[in-house]
Design a protein around this ligand. Sequence first.
Ligand code: ADP
Ligand code: ZN
Ligand code: ZN
Length: 807
Amino acid sequence: MAQIAQVLVDVPTMQTNRPYSYRIPAAWRSQVQPGMRVVVPFGRGKRRVQGFVLACNDADETAYDGELKAIDTVVDLAPVLNPEALALSKWLADSTFSFQITCAQTMLPAVMRAKYVKLLRTTATTPADIQTTIFHGQSSVPFDDVATTPAQVSDLLRLQAAGAVEVYFQVKNQARHKTVVGITAVLDQAELVEAEKTVRAGAAKQVALLKGLQTLNGETLAQKKFSDQFGVSEAVIRTGEQKGWLKKTPIEVYRDPYATADIKATKSLKLNDEQQVAVDQIVAAVQKSAKTTFLLEGVTGSGKTEVYLQSIAAALAQGKTALMLVPEISLTPQMVQRVKGRFGKAVAVLHSGLSSGEKYDEWRRIKRQEAQVVVGARSAVFAPLTNLGLIIMDEEHESSYKQDDAPRYHARQVALWRSQYHDCPVVLGSATPSLETRARAEKGVYQRLLLADRVNQRPLPKVSIIDMKTELQKHAESNFSQALLVALQDRLDRHEQSVLMLNRRGYSSFVLCRDCGFVLKCPNCDISLTLHMDTHTMKCHYCGHEEAIPRICPNCHSHQIRYYGTGTEKVEEELRDLLPDARIIRMDNDTTRKKGAHARLLSQFGSGEADILIGTQMIAKGLDFPNVTLVGVLNADTALGLPDFRASERTFQLLTQVSGRAGRAEKSGHVYIQTFNPDHYAIRFAQHHDYEGFFKYEMRMRHQGGYPPYYFTVQITASDLDEAVAAKRMYQLLQWLKPQLTPSTQILGPTPKPIARVNRRYYYQIVIKYKREPNLAATLTTLLHETQVQQRQGLQIAIDVEPLHFM
Ligand code: ADP
Ligand code: ZN
Ligand code: ZN
């Protein structure tokens, strides 16, 4: 009886959810466990791929056809995926129609994902001249270094066929532990004391070193700490090493992204009545290990964060752990500070702003149960916390919780799955819940908790709507209405702060010819190029294409070519002209590209170094600055025209969120919304802070249009460099789909996507709409496996369950 491991292998374009069986070499029998990564041979033996052990069992080897291959290497000393993670990856693969291996890899820090290096190595029969010309005396060289021309490749193929060289794939592990130099005494206590006598007179530092070593009691101390503590330099330590008193050993340390951050400790606040009711319900669920899903619907400034923090404290008091998800954490540094301020070292943070080494270290702290609270963005939902007592998802409506690439999962679904696994409650919090979530609360599937008022009864800000159509008739083109300018000046006079939001970076700052109407577009994508004054170029925001700003129209050679629309830079420029005394901070993708820039700009604004903060959507969320009394939205409707049934919902959410930044403390706030559609219901409901009104109205619209949450949707996208190939494949797909699905299911399309061409690829989509479709899972699973073949030919097919974007 041999011991057999079931291994999920990673073979790009040949993925399958069926594990392969490998023999576990006798030496590793007791070590190999499910959840470990291994390297295994695949195919005709030359190729090495990484895999995950799913299960180990004793089996009769003769039950397998042919000889069973053996595991090559074991990558991990302990499983990296625990039983929960293995089960979760299986469920995730099934529910998002993706491959389990992709899911397993998504759950791990990026540095742990396998990278493959293609190597060429010598064999027993490699001729001597090849050993020198190609290998330079080494046993292997990177394949790409020696195969740079077609002639070289064909030579190598010939040599390979003759067995004179071999192509080999090596799995590269990129995860590195960070270490610092540590000091350990080599002599024992008595010997160290004895050694003091051998030191020549006057070498006081060496004596200090010996005395220092005596305090270690056999432990290891970081060299830096040691020299600070005992006042001995590195040179003296080196002398000690040479004399055989001590040795230098590496100490593993964590890269702590917040090591230098100055975070103030905070205490629990006294809750108001509404907060108390919410906390009581959540804490009761935590204590009963109830799998309740709560919707915490609280207006902006109602103190949702305090509810989260006190609920987390209750979970910790039970000896359990807590997971808190926030949308794109790098955009909300204030939230990290609040959680760290309350729970200190127990908190681990996971988000895209960390270096890959930092992420790896935070992940290991969680895995080793050294952190009990995790705050993080989307993928933190996979944090390897055991004994979960509570999951919180702040701003649950945010679309950044949905991943765009396979596996196309929504963190909310994963959170709900983990709640079932751990028997713990989930809290979904928002001032503007997604329609899906609010509708579930309506039906009683989720339990609704309401914070209807701001803390201390502060009023929500007054909102004025400004019709930009009449505004433009009154005076020359400007981004600022008269009313907004007056309000801005007023805040300057009163030393209060203002926040201005421009929808989307560089939105519609395109170049247009006034004579022929020509708009400069990206040669690769179907969208206009955006003007960037910093680099003096036109850029494509989808593929990164960049070109010079045209002086004359490329189409009709007219000189009447002008810049239209507005970018944050242009707004900033105009504002500096209009209000020369104002101190302005601009926050957009350009000014926040550098690591930590976002937090720095915010803290400058928070400490009063500027009067006005201008930014894109990134300023709409989570900011809590007491001196902000004015919020201006420069272009409320840019997103309303998008071909997406969620356009109104997004606009309402954004306006409500950004309005919520005003008047959060003693001083009351005022919001100005500039728009070309002053009567649109999304804008009107936002004006009156009327989420419930919007919810009812929008539900009617969705009902009429047959959209979610009344229907479920699945989007299938095909893309190819050749438009005809993408289109043809989609029509074939349509023909294939129709007979598989029940007649009540609608299939929309195929249509070119609203932005049909991105990065030189053409996109076509089919949308499946259904209420109940028993054949869906089997049909899409078949499709998933078929796409492997297509992919090898360059066509890419993506399945997206409950897509959030239709562009
Ligand atoms: P939300 O997330 O609901 O928009 P926050 O959690 O940011 O609101 O709370 C708004 C402000 O009110 C914060 O400055 C917070 O410290 C304060 N706050 C919250 N709860 C209380 C309370 N019970 N007493 C006093 N201040 C509170
Ligand atoms: Zn022209
Ligand atoms: Zn482009």
